[in-house]
Design a protein around this ligand. Structure first.
Ligand SMILES: *Cc1c(COP(=O)(O)O)cnc(C)c1O
Length: 362
């Protein structure tokens, strides 16, 4: 299956049928917004396609500089540092802030890149029960140096108990790292993310990781925090130092997305409306959902076979929803991962509900 560029919001199957896409992380519908395409093209004409070197050599350009300043302002932090991907940002943060012999505590359902970061750090990794700060407190020890979690969980759509984790991190004198890949642009006032939702700042959550390939509709990632933290990462983080800087046109597209986020908040409002409509209609149709208030709305089916069968039936009815299976999710919790976007119409949501009601096992 590949994305049909002409149609914009749809996916075309190998057989040529057009599917309504309920599987993307492009929550605000910005990935194909003309303002991003124009920013990218204009910047490429002016500054070229590639950055030519790493940030610390000669790859750091005016668009990077401007985007970092704008992301720092958006997140209310002193500085932001760009990374090529969220995966690399998490490797960088964990390997830089925790070392061999120290302890890292991660939520059991944290993103794979946080787990791999703990491995790269050579730290002792302990996982706590999902979204359970009491369990995290029980498992914390003298050596605990860093506590990490997603803000919004990518396969469940629920939020981490950030106020309680911040309390624990403070008591343990440990770093708290929040990966808000699915929260920024979507959750909290002005789409400022899960931290804004809880009213938490740099003092409570010193390390914020954000990505630009989801609600921002672009590509790349950043870490935002105090100037001393960012300077430390610049000096120490190998996934920052030893890699080519993100192309400037990509940074220009992210800047365009950020401008739209701030100046046109109606996208977030439409997305919230679509989430509410989906949940109301699902309840009316007797479809069991999890308590997610975000665009990620899983329908847990149990076996991989059941999830795949439902995916096929939905495709036959014109909807692209992907089955997510172990090891991406815990054994026995294979699911349909439905994602809503600001660009879905009421008719598309109602149509998906009807198709789900027909496709799901009774
Ligand atoms: C997607 C995602 C990442 C990785 O970001 P990329 O920019 O795609 O590498 C990291 N953390 C979470 C929670 C994600 O969902």
């Amino acid at each position: 299956m590949h994305v049909s560029a002409a149609q914009g919001r749809g996916l075309r199957t190998a057989a040529g049928a057009q599917l309504v896409d309920f599987s993307s992380n492009d929550y605000l519908g910005l990935a194909r917004h003309p303002a991003l395409a124009e920013a990218m093209a204009g910047c490429a004409r002016q500054r070229g396609a590639g950055s030519g070197a790493s940030h610390l050599v000669t790859g750091h350009g005016a668009e990077h500089e401007a985007l970092e300043a704008e992301l720092a302002a958006f997140t209310g932090r002193e500085r932001a540092l760009l990374f090529s991907t969220g995966y690399m940002a998490n490797l960088a943060v964990l390997a830089s802030l925790a070392g061999r012999g120290t302890g890292i505590l991660l939520d059991r359902l944290s993103h794979a890149s946080l787990l791999d970061g703990a491995r790269l750090a050579g730290a002792r990794l302990t996982r706590f029960a999902h979204a359970n700060a009491d369990d995290a407190a029980r498992r914390a020890g003298e050596a605990t140096r860093l506590i990490g979690t997603d803000g919004v969980f990518s396969m469940d759509g629920d939020l981490a108990p950030l106020p309680q984790l911040a309390e624990l991190a403070r008591a343990r004198d440990a770093w708290l790292v929040v990966d808000d890949a699915h929260g920024l642009g979507v959750v909290g006032p002005g789409g400022r993310g899960t931290l804004a939702h809880f009213g938490l700042g740099s003092a409570e959550v010193p390390v914020l990781v954000g990505t630009l390939g989801k609600a921002f509709g672009s590509f790349g990632a950043f870490v935002a925090g105090d100037a001393t933290l960012i300077e430390f990462l610049v000096q120490k983080a190998r996934p920052y130092i030893y890699t080519t800087a993100l192309p400037q046109p990509v940074a220009a597209a992210s800047r365009a997305a950020l401008r739209l986020l701030v100046t046109e908040p109606e996208r977030q409002a439409r997305l919230q409306g679509n989430i509410a409509r989906f949940r109301t209609r699902a309840a009316e149709a007797g479809i069991a959902l999890t308590p997610s208030a975000t665009p990620i709305q899983p329908v847990v089916l149990g076996t991989s076979a059941a999830a795949l069968a439902a995916q096929r039936q939905l495709a036959a009815r014109g909807y692209c929803v992907m089955a997510i299976r172990p090891p991406t999710v815990p054994a026995g919790s294979a699911r349909l991962r439905i994602t809503l976007a600001a660009t879905h119409t009421p008719a598309e949501i109602d149509g998906l509900i009807a198709a789900l009601a027909a496709a799901l096992p009774p």
